[in-house]
Design a binder for this molecule. Structure first.
Ligand SMILES: [Cu+2]
Length: 133
């Protein structure tokens, strides 16, 4: 029997405790190139991701908390944390509820370091490196 590589894309989804929501689907929609989970332990998983320019990342909230995906530099600490490639616009998902998703397409190559607004103080920070396509 052949192994199905698709299963490897979302191995942690089955560990979620929430009853329903798009984040718990095992399927990956066409047009989504990578998945980052927002976890109950206040982390992005993977916290370090490498993609190519033009790729779309789907952030999935598999926790019971509300998370965000943000580079909005509204405090000095956040300004020091955030990294954006020259020419890339800052982004802020706003609240992503338990079970919710948020998609971002990364067109500008370079390094992005982003955070979750409510859990910035807990170190909920992630990095995405976008290679030229
Ligand atoms: Cu969070």
């Amino acid at each position: 029997m052949m192994k199905i590589p698709m299963i490897l894309l979302a191995p942690l989804a089955v560990a979620a405790c929430v009853a329903s929501g798009p984040a718990l689907n095992d399927t990956v929609d066409p047009g989504v190139d990578a998945i980052v989970q927002m976890t109950p332990s206040l982390t992005f998983a993977p916290s370090d991701l490498r993609i190519a320019a033009g790729d779309t990342v789907e952030f999935r909230n598999i926790s019971g908390f509300t998370h965000t995906v943000s580079t909005r530099p509204d405090t000095a600490a956040k300004r020091q944390t955030v990294i954006l490639p020259a020419g890339a616009a800052a982004f802020d998902s706003g609240p992503i509820p338990s079970g919710g998703i948020h998609r971002i397409t990364f067109d500008v190559p370079g390094t992005y370091r982003y955070f979750c607004d409510p859990h910035f103080g807990s170190g909920m920070i992630g990095t995405i490196v976008v290679a030229p396509s």
